[in-house]
Design a protein around this ligand. Structure first.
Ligand code: ZN
Length: 83
C-alpha cells in the first residue's frame, strides 16, 4: 500500500499520498465490539483509491440506505454503530 502511481515527489517529511483514515466503532447486543477502518487518499491529482479493513465484523452486504451492514463475528448479531 505504498505505491505512488503518478510518481509525485515527496514533500518534506510528509507521506507521498495524503491519506484520510476514518474509523467507525460497532457493538452488538451481546457486547462484542468491532471496528471498520476506511483509508482513502485525498490527493487531487492522483487516482482515487479506498480500502476498508474490518475487525470483529462480518460484511453482510448493504442496508436499505446503501451503507455497509455488518454482523458480529462471534454471535452473528447485527452490529450497531456506536454514537
Ligand atoms: Zn456479538
Amino acid at each position: 500500500m505504498t505505491a505512488t502511481p503518478d510518481g509525485l515527489p515527496r514533500c518534506g517529511t510528509g507521506d507521498p499520498i495524503m491519506t484520510m483514515r476514518t474509523r467507525r466503532y460497532f457493538t452488538c447486543i451481546n457486547g462484542h465490539s468491532g471496528v471498520e477502518t476506511t483509508s482513502e487518499n485525498d490527493q487531487p491529482y492522483s487516482q482515487h483509491w479506498e480500502s476498508v479493513r474490518i475487525e470483529g465484523l462480518i460484511d453482510a452486504g448493504k442496508d436499505p440506505r446503501g451503507y455497509a451492514h455488518y454482523v458480529c463475528v462471534e454471535c452473528q448479531a447485527p452490529m450497531l454503530e456506536k454514537a
